[in-house]
Write a protein that binds this ligand. Structure first.
Ligand SMILES: Nc1ncnc2c1ncn2[C@@H]1O[C@H](COP(=O)(O)OP(=O)(O)OP(=O)(O)O)[C@@H](O)[C@H]1O
Length: 607
């Protein structure tokens, strides 16, 4: 049954949509319910815009209501003031204006980072009545604006025609946004929400992507505004209140902000609540606040989350058949192929934090087909060096070269695009994503499929998606964790997360790998897998820089070891040379008498 439903979901969805579209004309619903459906469609557009921005990109943008007002007034004004009543013109103009407002508010809001966008958009909502006043000749000020009857190809659009338009626009938006969010772009939005740092490592410009998502979120708000103006025939400032902004936020949380269709569920609850509870108006702020608290505490993934949990529980109990199994990769020994490793060189590299000289005059070279290890006691500057190479810190002096290209001080996402990838001491793992999808995001910058291609699900999108999927599965198999492919990646144990990070790093086929304490937290069998993986990267010609406290692991894996102490390089050499270096061992193990040291059996770690 569930498999059938899965297979025929598109025909079923189209049938339901057809029924909904035909409902008033076929006499299935009366005028009251037709208006209710239209209002739910309009509200769900508004909520959907917030879901894209808040649920996917993690930016609290409260300005949906302001963009809704822009859509309503622009569509209203061009009809009355300019005589342009055609619905396509009205919708197009509304979207253009909202995108412009989105850019004007988003650019400073997002440049400043932190909570700036929330603040900017909060004030935008507060300012709406004043702006309506300032632009009185266009908006009608406090008296409001009576709009013209919309037309389609010259014919007036009212009653059932308007109903068809509103429901169809909402349906088209949801189809497009579904295509976008259930693509690699949507996966990368989720990564961005969880960790802008990780997004940069995937080669994503955090600022540009956030701006793009914010502007995409403005589109349904503008459509909703224009449709509302057409439905009511009148636009007035009282509609665009802060209470409405809160109700949109509450609907987003109730429906589940990280869900495509949660917006419809949230809008349905809000609209029906408003219509059926007579005291709703008096208590609306308390009710919205209550909803937000309830949703935050009891079901923080909203109604959509409850729905998915219910399906999963029913599958576990055998009430529903299991979800279709993951597509398998072609059988055969998984191999890495050839990697185009590059020489990574630091020349007299310096980094200071105020008076603290974290790195002083560090010169090392990491070559393709070799593992270069960095060791040293806590606070010696190892992670600082990785942060400089991957672009999270700017060098205070010296040079950083990738091949013949100077990369010191370039933004992290540009360095990632040049082929430098990394893992983190504490693995950065997103929520609401399967392991396979997460590993596939490693290919986002290198195997990009355009947004328009994804929106329209063109053949290139399907090919790219399948190739990403197969490659992710192949890499998971290579690391012996194929069975985690369809599990939520944030449900995995620490050791497995580290291996997943290695798979994600491999997915971009980088030139240089920076592994930050990738061995810590791994059990014996995971460690063997890791050793095998690092060995494969070396054989394939990749350049590996390994920061590691597990000294025996370093001795096993490294071709060359550099030892840092208090930000300075105190020794460099082969594992045998380092193992025999008494000064290093004294520094590294903290022993006071070098004679006590047993070079043949190095102590584990420097902690
Ligand atoms: N963002 C920062 N701001 C200020 N000081 C910093 C910053 N990052 C690192 N440091 C300082 O730089 C020095 C080197 O730290 P770093 O984290 O690179 O050492 P590490 O060798 O990686 O240590 P561990 O093994 O504990 O990870 C320390 O004194 C640390 O306090």
């Amino acid at each position: 049954m569930a498999l059938l439903a899965h297979r025929f979901r598109l025909p079923i969805a189209l049938l339901l949509l057809g029924l909904l579209l035909a409902a008033p004309a076929a006499g299935l619903i009366d005028a009251y319910w037709a208006r209710t459906v239209m209002l739910i469609a309009i509200l769900s557009l508004l909520v959907s815009g917030l879901n894209v921005v808040l649920g996917y990109a993690g930016e609290l943008a409260l300005g949906q209501v302001a963009l809704y007002a822009v859509g309503a007034y622009v569509a209203g004004y061009i009809g009355v003031g300019l005589g342009a009543t055609d619905v396509f013109l009205a919708l197009g103009a509304a979207v253009l204006a909202a995108v412009a407002v989105g850019l004007v508010t988003g650019i400073p809001g997002l440049r400043l980072g932190g909570w700036s966008l929330a603040m900017v958009t909060f004030f935008l909502v507060i300012l709406v009545p004043n702006l309506i006043d300032v632009f009185e000749p266009f908006t009608g000020g406090t008296l409001g604006l009576a709009t013209a009857v919309p037309t389609l190809f010259g014919a007036e659009l009212t009653g059932d025609g308007l109903y068809l338009l509103i429901v169809a626009v909402a349906a088209i938006w949801f189809a497009l946004v579904r295509n976008l969010l259930l693509s690699r772009h949507g996966d990368v939005f989720l990564v961005l929400r969880q960790s802008p740092i990780l997004a940069s490592v995937l080669g994503v410009s955090v600022y540009r992507l956030k701006l793009l998502v914010y502007v995409i979120g403005a589109i349904p708000a503008a459509l909703a505004g224009a449709l509302f103006a057409m439905l009511d025939g009148f636009v007035a400032p009282e509609t665009f209140t802060f209470a409405l902004a809160l109700s949109v936020l509450a609907a987003s949380v109730i429906g589940g902000s990280t869900s495509v269709y949660g917006a419809i569920a949230g809008a349905l609850v809000m609209q029906l609540g408003q219509q059926t509870l007579t005291r709703f108006q008096d208590w609306q702020l308390v009710i919205y606040g209550g909803f937000l608290l309830l949703a935050g505490i009891v079901f923080n993934r909203g109604l959509a989350g409850l729905w998915h949990d219910g399906l999963a529980a029913a599958r576990r109990r055998g009430l529903l058949p299991k979800a279709p199994a993951a597509a398998a990769v072609a059988e055969g020994e998984a191999e890495l192929g050839t990697l185009d490793g590059a020489v990574l060189r630091t020349e007299e590299l310096e980094k200071s934090f105020g008076g603290n000289k974290a790195l002083q005059g560090v010169s090392i070279e990491a070559r393709p087909g070799e593992v270069t290890a960095l060791i040293g006691p806590n606070g010696s500057g190892k992670t600082t060096l990785l942060n400089l190479i991957s672009g999270f810190y700017r060098p205070s002096g010296g040079r950083l070269m990738l091949g013949e290209t100077e990369i010191g001080g370039r933004p992290a996402y540009r360095i990632a695009r040049l082929g430098v990838t990394r893992t983190f001491q504490t693995p950065l793992i997103p929520k609401d994503m399967t392991t396979r999808a997460f590993v596939a995001t490693g290919r986002y910058a290198t195997h990009k499929v355009g947004i328009a291609t994804a929106l329209l699900r063109l053949p290139a999108f399907r090919r790219g998606y399948r190739a990403d999927d197969a490659e992710a599965l192949r890499l998971l198999r290579l690391l012996g964790i194929e069975e985690t492919a369809d599990r939520p990646v944030d449900s995995l144990a620490l050791g497995t997360r580290r291996l997943v990070e290695v798979a994600r790093a491999l997915a971009s086929r980088p030139r240089v790998f920076l592994f930050d304490e990738v061995g810590s937290g791994l059990d014996e069998s995971d460690l063997r897998v890791l050793e095998h993986a690092v060995g494969m990267i070396r054989e394939a010609g990749g350049t590996v820089i390994l920061v590691e406290h597990n000294f025996p692991l370093v001795l096993k894996l490294a071709d060359r070891i550099h030892v840092l102490s208090q930000g300075r390089l105190i020794a460099s050499g082969t594992p045998a040379e380092i193992q025999a270096d008494r000064r290093v061992l004294a520094e590294y193990t903290g022993a006071t008498d070098p004679a006590d040291l047993e070079p043949a059996e190095p102590r584990k770690g420097g902690r």
